[in-house]
Design a protein around this ligand. Structure first.
Ligand code: SAM
Length: 262
């Protein structure tokens, strides 16, 4: 993943993100609902990859006494978050290198962000380092079946990966285990969204900053002719109502920091 390019793509999408992020909104809701069954009373909570700050309100409604910190790679996303709420504590950083002291937060919440990392293991170790004893890490990311229809439609156009690769649920589970966090639980489900057209799907990816930022991506432009070929291939995923299906394999995970010794 080319990080400056990832930050630039999200930066360019900051103003359009909230309206276009239909899937991310649904996932965020489902991730927040998972807090119902988890006992945590955070003084400090970190929204990792918090973007425009869409989880802030719901998190502070749950934990009104908490200090909310939004840490994101994209300065523009954070600037946009600031226009929505000037009181937020905003930190521009990479989830793989957190600028926080050890044992300084009680909850790390991260929705639809970890798929953008190069090194999930490093980020999980950082989460473990910053979590206080009995603190909670709760996150969602995407699994390999995400956008499988788009991946196979692009496969006819060129041999380069046009859709970002995703870690499998078992790989996420193994990395969580390795991080030293305890009582990890990893689940997944497939959410299918219908779009009016393949072009609308591509537009929504662009407007949420979710464009392909792979280092080895094709230098060849997606010419109108190539794009038309992709759109034609996508006809295979048209429903009887004339809508176009896109699958998102969503992985939800949580794990705990151990209690302090003694
Ligand atoms: C799809 S958005 C999710 C935003 C928000 N969490 C939500 O649920 O709507 C992904 C966010 O992750 C941020 N991001 C991408 N790579 C990151 C990294 N390495 N470290 C921190 N944030 C990152 C992006 O800038 C973007 O704001």
């Amino acid at each position: 993943m080319n990080k400056p390019a990832v930050a630039a793509a999200f930066g360019a999408a900051a103003a359009s993100y909230d309206a276009a992020a239909e899937v991310q909104e649904e996932i965020r809701k489902r991730l927040l609902a998972r807090l119902d069954g988890l006992s945590v009373a955070p003084d400090a909570l970190l929204d990792l990859g918090g973007g425009t700050g869409l989880a802030r309100k719901a998190l502070l409604e749950r934990y009104p006494a908490s200090h909310y910190i939004n840490a994101d790679l994209s300065e523009e996303m954070l600037r946009f978050a600031q226009t929505m709420d000037a009181a937020s504590d905003l930190v521009c950083t990479d989830a793989e290198f957190l600028p926080f002291s050890g044992s300084s937060v009680d909850l790390v919440f991260s929705a639809s962000t970890f798929q953008w990392l190069n090194d999930l293991e490093a980020a999980l170790l950082e989460c473990k380092r910053v979590l206080r004893p009995q603190g909670l890490l709760l996150f969602s990311t995407f699994g390999p079946d995400t956008l499988k229809e788009l991946r196979s439609s692009f496969a006819v156009v060129d041999p380069y990966p046009r859709v970002n690769p995703f870690l499998a649920r078992q790989e996420v589970s193994d990395l969580l285990e390795k991080s030293g966090l305890s009582q990890a639980r990893v689940e997944s489900e497939v959410i299918q969204i219908e779009y009016a057209s393949p072009r609308q799907l591509l537009r929504s990816l662009k407007e949420t900053g979710a464009t392909n930022q792979l280092g080895e991506r094709s230098r060849g432009l997606l010419t109108p002719r190539r794009l038309q070929a992709v759109v034609s291939e996508y006809e295979a995923y048209k429903t009887s109502e004339g809508r176009y299906i896109a699958s998102y394999e969503v992985i939800y995970a949580f794990a705990w920091q151990q209690a302090a010794e003694g």
